[in-house]
Design a protein around this ligand. Structure first.
Ligand SMILES: [Zn+2]
Length: 333
């Protein structure tokens, strides 16, 4: 598989100079979806270092938080008994319940812990992530089994401001529908051996291949649609429902590792999607994308510009190769 890219060269005359100097930007195309991305060389970092006091926002929002302590049992909805007789799915500290905002035919929210109102990226442990992921995988499985049509399941996160979360308390969101999202449909269209070819191409190329944690492969995305984008590929699974307990542990550990890397890079907020297709979709590999958001500060520059929102093209100044170098060997078992 060819990893397609093109360098675009222009020219400008800098202030105070007389002669033009060349300018350059690289456009890349994602091998799985065709989504385009530009890798920029910015004079000033697009995401400046964090200086926003998230802990203060945590304190401001704690008192009225419906996910904190015993309030989670009083103020959140319950699953119908045919889906889960106990009403809420629990594992370790994690608790899953239906999303009060109906984003999907079956939509769930799960908190890492009712006792953890504030979980900055460097406090996201393997245990917290794996247990919470388990509740979502169990939800997707329980709902998918009851759906009369093929189920498109996903597990997602808006972590910390400004990721899009309406409640501060850290949580995951799961979704199961009889129809795919735009990205699930694009990824499933690539289910013609493209996942395998992509992994093989990146393994051979080297600089963006981060390693295997056993059954799960990690990469820095060749053509990121968002800053700091990492990808996990899970050969042998199509839906989150296909993950056995060992695979959930392994993926949970990988996600916690990715969050730790972001914390080291001085980032505070991220989004994640584990894109499922119906179980048994030929050639499909369950896959995950995780990427950063801008660090919050007054008048901060959003990472979602006309490029991302309206052209569906990423524009990042942290190159995938530099990201992979920063990741080092942490995803290799
Ligand atoms: Zn809370």
């Amino acid at each position: 598989m060819e990893l397609r890219s093109r360098r675009l060269v222009g020219a400008t005359i800098p202030p105070g100079a007389n002669d033009p100097v060349p300018t350059e930007v690289e456009v890349r195309w994602d091998p799985l979806t065709g989504h385009s991305s530009r890798i920029l060389t910015a004079a000033v970092q697009l995401i400046p270092p964090q200086d926003f006091d998230l802990a203060a926002v945590a304190e401001e929002t704690r008192a009225g938080c419906p996910f904190c302590g015993e309030r989670v049992d009083e103020l959140t909805p319950r699953l119908p008994p045919e889906v889960w007789p106990e009403g809420r799915i629990r594992r370790g500290e994690a608790v899953l319940f239906p999303n009060i905002l109906t984003y999907a035919q079956h939509a769930a929210v799960s908190v890492y812990s009712p006792h953890e109102h504030f979980l900055p990226l460097d406090r996201m442990t393997h245990r917290l992530v794996a247990d919470n992921l388990w509740t979502q995988v169990t939800f997707v499985r329980a709902v998918s089994e009851r759906l009369p049509e093929p189920a498109w399941g996903s597990v997602n996160a808006n972590h910390m401001l400004p990721s899009g979360s309406s409640l501060f308390h850290p949580h995951l969101q799961g979704s199961v529908d009889p129809v795919p999202t735009t990205m699930q449909a694009l990824l499933a269209r690539g289910a013609d051996g493209r996942f395998e070819k992509y992994l093989e191409a990146e393994r051979l190329a080297g600089p963006r291949y981060l390693g295997s944690t056993g059954r799960i492969e990690w990469l820095a995305s060749f053509a990121p649609i968002a800053p700091g984008e990492l990808r996990a590929l899970v050969p042998g699974a199509c839906s989150p429902a296909d993950l056995d307990d060992d695979a959930v542990e392994e993926l949970g550990a990988g996600i916690a590792t990715a969050l730790g890397l972001y914390a080291e890079l001085g980032l505070q907020s991220c989004n994640m999607a584990l894109y499922g297709a119906p179980s048994g979709t030929a050639g499909y590999w369950l896959n995950l994308r995780i990427a950063c958001r801008s660090n919050l500060r007054p008048l901060y520059r959003s990472d979602a510009t006309y490029f991302e929102r309206l052209h569906w093209e990423g524009a990042v100044d942290l190159s995938p190769e530099d990201l992979a170098e920063r990741a080092g060997d942490r995803f290799r078992r």
